[in-house]
Design a protein around this ligand. Structure first.
Ligand code: NAI
Length: 306
């Protein structure tokens, strides 16, 4: 197989001063990309800022013969990050929405600040950066975008109401942009990484941190952003050299018939059938929902007013 290369491609990696972002930036540069290394340089809780984190990664890329430029803005000002790409390299081909912080707390103790900061960085940040790149990608007829969710975003997690709901928002954003971008060769995918980093170093022992090096996540991002990759709208779990695709499953369900008034008691009576995955199917898009209703009830939700 030919090596995946990014010569002539401009790659923006947000939060590229540490952890996963740094690993992505180094590898894209090694494969010929011109990289915008964005990092605000704050703490894992979203406090403070510093140019050091981004500068160190840029220096590392340049000393290995690669091309990179630093940007120190918060992703909340995504347009400035994309401006850095356009001013320096005149294109933007790949956006890796990776910057992130944690403000974990049980829902009972969560403050409005904990909630809002998480939304500003993860949701508004990914929106701003991607929105600023979108028009250029459409003009180019090429774009590859990665959104970073989390197992918490896919499944929910104790102490992470803010983070998991923000990460779920990225799932919706990524999958919608996959639909809207497809005809312009702009493909969006969503990844839920598992990686030893400063966000996880206080939880995991040394051997787990080593086994979950960010380097094990990087190949997925490279593959998804390759020029000839046709994967679009996918959701992946990845870490410790494990790569897997996630999908939603729909039970066959129970339709009572629209000629009947359905009571809560009838629903309760058939509860185990409603929740039975024996005859389940992948639930991939809105159309599949409409088709399921059509099949089960016999009405066409795709019909329009004459
Ligand atoms: P990290 O803390 O090592 O790196 C995140 C980087 O983002 C930091 O360098 C930080 O300065 C930067 N950053 C934070 N806020 C920023 C902002 N407003 N603007 C620009 N840069 C900002 O964290 P890690 O583990 O590498 O996480 C990367 C992404 O992966 C995050 O979105 C995180 O939520 C996600 N993730 C990580 C998991 C893990 O196991 N490490 C699990 C699931 C998701």
């Amino acid at each position: 197989m030919n090596q995946i290369r990014f010569d002539g491609r401009v790659v923006v990696v947000t939060g590229a001063g540490n952890g996963l972002g740094r690993a992505y930036a180094l590898e894209f540069a090694r494969r010929g990309a011109q990289v915008v290394v964005n990092d605000l340089g704050g703490s894992g809780h979203g406090e403070g800022q510093s140019a050091t984190a981004a500068d160190l990664v840029v220096a590392q890329i340049r000393s290995a013969g690669g091309q990179a430029v630093a940007n120190y803005d918060s992703v909340e000002f995504g347009e400035r990050i994309i401006e850095t790409a356009l001013d320096n390299y005149s294109r933007v081909d790949v956006v890796i929405n990776n910057a992130g912080i944690l403000r974990d707390s049980s829902f009972a103790k969560m403050t409005d600040t904990d909630w809002q900061l998480i939304y500003r960085v993860h949701v508004d940040g990914a929106y701003k950066v991607t929105k600023a790149a979108w028009a250029t990608m459409r003009e180019q007829g090429f774009g590859r975008i990665i959104f970073t969710t989390s197992a918490a975003g896919l499944y929910g997690n104790f102490g992470q109401a803010n983070y998991s709901s923000a990460k779920s928002a990225l799932l919706g954003l990524g999958r919608t942009l996959a639909i809207e971008g497809a005809r312009n060769n702009i493909y969006s995918n969503v990844i839920a990484p598992i990686a030893g980093s400063r966000l996880t170093e206080t939880i995991w022992p040394e051997e787990v941190l080593k086994a979950t090096s960010p380097d094990y996540v990087v190949p997925l991002a490279i593959k998804l952003c390759a020029e000839d990759s046709t994967e679009n709208g996918g959701v992946f779990e990845v870490g410790a050299s494990w790569f897997a695709k996630v999908r939603t499953e729909r039970s066959k369900g129970v339709a009572f018939g629209i000629e009947n008034v359905v009571s809560a008691e009838q629903v309760a009576e058939r509860w185990s059938d409603i929740c039975d995955f024996g005859e389940s199917e992948p639930a991939e898009d809105v159309l599949s929902t409409f088709n399921a209703v059509g099949r089960m009830v016999g009405i066409d939700l795709l019909a329009t007013k004459k």
